[in-house]
Design a binder for this molecule. Sequence first.
Ligand code: SF4
Length: 348
Amino acid sequence: MAAKKDIRQLSLADLQLFFEEINQPAFRAKQVYQWLWQKSSLQFEAMTNLPIAVRASLEAHFDIPALSIHYRQDSKDGTVKLRFELCDGNKVEGVLIPVPADKRMTACISSQVGCSLSCAFCATGFLKRERNLFAHEIYDQVVQINTIAQEKFAMPLTNIVFMGMGEPLLNYKNVLQGINKITDEIGLGMASRRITVSTAGIAKMINQLADDEVKFNLALSLHAASDVKRNEIMPINQHNSLQALTNALKHFKEKNKRSNLTYEYILLNEFNDTEQDALDLVKWVRKVPAKINIIEYNKVEGTIFEKAGNQRLHHFINTLVKNDLTVTVRKSRGEDIDAACGQLANKV
Ligand code: SF4
């Protein structure tokens, strides 16, 4: 007998075709689709509005491979880090970042196993890129983290950020399909404006996002606003200069009027935190205006970088504010369990 297919690789149209072939009405396809993507069902036998014979037929032809939680760490600040085991044994990490006081529950999820971009400050950058995640592996992270948010804080997820392992725009098709299942009416039904995709800066794919008129938000991991410095910490900049990114972001803003754009800037002690660095950032933001998130760095073993001290942080921010920039400082969360920004490395 032929190997069973992963049913979640099938579109609604593919499912309709399958039911046509087994002489079943087309509406069965929508029923199954709802079980898979709206109710997140992982068992055919649980699909109780289907006749038993239909369930048996699904069982005979298909599988529903899914990721599972391999390891969980709870931080003293409420953050939860999860290591997910994929069906092929690969591992990725996702994080629940709770801020109940602000009614915010954010899931930070991964898009690739490892990462090919080798940013010098990032723990994931030391891991070899093994493969892209499938759309259902992206979706499953959200479902699992949402379950924990409900159990631990009695609140569902309010936000999703693609800031875990990997570069989402190098897994474009699956990331967009995953987001579609998360936002679709016959899916989890979350609002697109609650989702932010973060990129290290791939100009061609930012242009693609613009042309596809996506509805979610975009964050650029900037971290330096001069090509010389950015080349030093983010090799991707060598082929995606700040000028190329400026053009792509202008295009994105023009086409995606409802999406928010933000710049992420990790403050690295005595590397990108000088007065000149702040002025470079001011110049950059004036070309393509957006809010800035200044992120406190968390020391990553094997890198030369340190967190900028408080005095340097305040001086940097003052320069930005004096120049009328909108700045938010993101404090580290889950530092004690290596769940903070740039620390995801499949390490216990
Ligand atoms: S910061 Fe993002 S793009 Fe850069 S190495 Fe880490 S995971 Fe990859």
